[in-house]
Design a protein around this ligand. Sequence first.
Ligand SMILES: Cc1ncc(COP(=O)(O)O)c(C=O)c1O
Length: 494
Amino acid sequence: MIQDKGPWKKYIGKTEKNHRKIFGVDMVMLAEKYGTPLYILFDDIIRENYNKYQESLEIEYKNHLICYAVKANTSYYVLNLLAKLGAGVDVSSEYELELALNAGIPAEKIRANGNCKSDAYLEECIKKGIVISVDPEEELKIINTIAQESGISAKINLRLSGFPVKHITSRAISTSSDWSKFGIDIKRANSVFQKVLDLDMLVPNGLMVHLGSQITDINAYYIVLDNLIHLSKEAQKIGFDINEIDLGGGLGIPYFDEKDWDQIKRKIKNTRNENYSWANEFIGYEYNSELNDLEWIGEELSIEYTPDIFIQKLLNENFSENKTFREKLEEIGSPRFVIEPGRSIVGNAGVTIAKICHVSKTPRGENIIHVDIGVNSHTFGTAVPEQLHKIEIANYIEEGEHFETFVAGNLCFTGDLLCRIKNKLIRKPFRGDYLLFYDTGAYSDFFSSNANSFPRTAKAVVSKDGSHRLMVRREKMSEIFNREVEWDLDNRKD
Ligand SMILES: Cc1ncc(COP(=O)(O)O)c(C=O)c1O
């Protein structure tokens, strides 16, 4: 689908050779200079997204902290950029923590998450005074013991889950309802508050929740917030301090405009007639016996809010008892309001470019194009379960006969489809063409690996002034195999 609308419209153009350019930079030139596959990040879009959060919070609620979720795009360059803008971060391992500290994020602006934290990670947080989101409940005693051994008290938020929300996004990225590996059940919250107060090395700091990712319905936030405010009051009654409410991340981005997305969902529902999805699966749908129909239970890939609008609405709209969230925060002493956005900071700040190797047909007769990047380097299963992004041929943008196609990666397994739903190109592609995937700045390399011994993908960064440089190198042969002790001894050349 050509990018003639949506957020990209203002950044894109064409070169004289009919190549896609973004911020004046020829994407094909970048692919040829740095090789494919290639992630391309636009640092000014990251800045713009962060500033939308920052400027609206500055107006709406002064006592706030924006902690970028490092996992969304784990990159020293991105962390450095955000550190200069004054951001904090959410980290989920000692490795992310180390990178964030190296990039200049101050310890007091770091929130430590993770449902399986190592002793070393916890110890480092305690020593640096970093607020730990306790998850699960069993972690309380472990943190207390490590704090005793270190002789330093641990600042903790309780991460909660089990909220009455359903189908707010797809299952794999839903983290706050009654089936979640994360968090402490809200039904246990009152006894856990007391448990914290009984453990002498724990300093209560607040409550935390992360709803899930690609959340598009603001009502889900209201339901969770209502519960959080209620629980905060309960906590305060027994002396558990609420210095902050950490609402996690989760705000979605528009992968499609509403009309296109509705049409895509309709086609999936009708896939038995239209052969629209992989193996004709009703991807994202579930049969609902009450409705006697298929019900959409996946994430929505279209959203009406930008970060600034989201913040304005979240704080200013009445959500229960005729009160706004801001008023409810005031009732519990105006604690710091922490958010941990990832996708909404970097998601629409990146594209991926790959090279087309073959244009063929499945045995069933469907068009399928094969590209030189695998699903492991393209949001596999987590971020956009349908693997659906807007795509276009980047090297010769000339409208011809439209071409509906599946996109397969280069890995040796059938699930390696970069798009399990048919996607549309404005002309037939050929071997050697470049394929551009839009909005791939978040979670593209979350599951990145050396499957089939391919090197992990390089990242380049492009700025508004048209400058560009390599940000992350592609792995060399020696880097792929050097963990093999004998290979290293026998073959290492560099
Ligand atoms: C604890 C926590 N905070 C923040 C985020 C970021 O979420 P998103 O990228 O959807 O904003 C995540 C992502 O899974 C998370 O687990």
